[in-house]
Design a protein around this ligand. Structure first.
Ligand SMILES: [Mg+2]
Length: 466
């Protein structure tokens, strides 16, 4: 399939994004949780939120927030460890439906994809794309029981912003003639590549909206944020985005990086920043259902020279602890005495995750303080090919932080079956007991029973069928 820039004269690019995906699957399969705050993610001390239901978002809970903080904000929420097999099944169903629209489907994560309709709908107009997208949304609902928001526009940039505009359960079509009116009033932070640091720099010179940025002087912008970044941002602000929809996902890495307001020389500070980036990378690996073998640390010095150091692990991993061990070992080997301007951590060599208990890995302790400071959000660059420097075999991971606390054999949210009571899910466990709620996607809200956690009549079970 040829890979070409989308037809910028028509709204032929779709961005599909399932609404509150992991949490929505949980509410679908667990009737007692419908309409209630649900948080999916790491449930331990160092756990991180992967997805919050809309009811939980009303308490200010969002992705990548420490689970402890989420508990503080809403202790009544259901905190679930996640059921990866169930999420993958739904993802495959939705991607299969997307492939019925066009062969040009670029899957971005388990619950997000771009579709370029040009091959199957050449010359399409607003009415046609609306019909195609609404049919798709209806089919997703029928096949999976879930809602998907869709944005349509002349580019990936516009389609992505459109899909987010009226979430959940919405379709927004942006014809080329209206894209400037849509983008103009948005805050610059809404553009890909504008993180906290760049956003602040732009605000300082009075650039707050996309329209401000579009009118900015290119030379000045390049002076502020660098040539590659500056010209790219300016193009986005002017709604110029020729990125093609690439069917097989070429991008094989996930990374996070941060530019510091003041050059850093303190190793402990750099290590702490690296750990936080690792946590964010791990959340995104989990969201994409992938793990990777190569860990890369990128570091830009005060004089703008840039180093990349990589290490290839024996096995692919998505575990923050293993990624952090490799990243910190790489960082140890770099001279930072003269000051570090930018630090990044990436994982590449990605493969589909196979371990079922994916989200539990977000629980692994990442050592250091347990109080990640707010702010200092990295600018995340999804899907860029990481430069790989020397590849070193890593025989054994560097010991790092305290060992993981022992976990119960039963994880909250897990599917189970009881010989007498039938299918249900684990609501909680501890002190030798496990509480199970017996219900399924097509039953009314069910009753709970408590058992000894080694009750021979209780078994792990596959996800229920929708
Ligand atoms: Mg989503």
């Amino acid at each position: 399939m040829p890979v070409a820039a989308p037809d910028a004269t028509r709204p032929s690019v779709l961005h599909l994004d399932l609404d509150a995906f992991f949490a929505a699957v949980e509410q679908r399969d667990k009737p007692s949780l419908r309409g209630k705050p649900v948080v999916v993610g790491g449930t331990g001390w160092r756990g991180v939120v992967a997805t919050a239901s809309y009811e939980a978002r009303a308490y200010g809970i969002g992705s990548a927030m420490p689970t402890m903080e989420a508990r503080r904000r809403c202790h009544n929420a259901a905190f679930l460890a996640g059921r990866f097999a169930a999420y993958r099944t739904v993802s495959q169903q939705v991607m299969a439906l997307a492939h019925e629209l066009s062969p040009l489907v670029e899957q971005v994560s388990l619950d997000e994809a771009y579709v370029d309709l040009t091959p199957t709908h050449p010359g399409l107009d607003v009415a046609e794309v609306s019909r195609v997208a609404e049919e798709f949304r209806a089919r997703v609902r029928a096949v999976t029981g879930l809602t998907v928001s869709v944005g349509a526009g002349p580019s990936k940039l516009v389609a992505k912003i459109a899909s987010d505009l009226r979430k959940p359960d919405a379709l927004v079509v942006v014809p080329p003639a209206e894209q400037h009116a849509l983008l103009g009033p948005l805050p610059v932070r809404r553009l890909p590549g504008v993180g906290a640091v760049t956003g602040e720099r732009l605000t300082r010179v009075g650039i707050r909206t996309v329209a401000d940025l579009a009118a900015a002087d290119e030379a000045e912008l390049v002076r502020m944020v660098g040539r590659a970044h500056g010209t790219g941002l300016l193009a986005y602000a002017r709604a110029v985005d020729p990125r093609p929809v690439v069917p097989e996902r070429d991008a094989k890495s996930v990374s996070a990086e941060e530019t510091f307001a003041v050059d850093l020389t303190d190793r402990r500070e750099l290590a702490e920043r690296a750990r936080r980036m690792v946590d964010r990378v791990a959340v995104r690996l989990a969201a994409g259902g992938v793990s990777g073998r190569t860990v890369t640390v990128k570091l830009r010095r005060y004089d703008f020279t840039t180093l990349n150091r990589s290490r290839t692990l024996a096995q692919p991993t998505a575990a923050p602890r293993e990624i952090a061990a490799a990243a910190l070992a790489l960082l140890e080997g770099i001279d930072v005495a003269d000051g570090v301007r930018l630090l990044g951590v990436g994982v590449s060599g990605l493969t589909e995750y196979t371990q079922q208990d994916l989200l539990a890995e977000l629980d692994e302790p990442a050592a250091g303080d347990a109080d990640p400071a707010p702010g200092a959000e990295p600018e995340q660059t999804a899907g860029q090919q990481a430069e790989v420097g020397g590849v070193l075999p890593l025989g054994s991971a560097v010991p790092y932080g305290p060992p993981a606390p022992p976990r119960s054999a039963w994880s909250p949210g897990q599917d189970v079956a009881h010989d007498e009571h039938g299918p249900g899910w684990v609501q909680g466990s501890g002190v030798g007991r496990v509480t199970v709620r017996f219900e399924g996607p097509h039953t009314p809200a069910g009753r709970i029973h408590t058992f000894a956690d080694d009750d021979p009549a209780l078994h792990p079970a596959p996800p229920p069928r929708w």
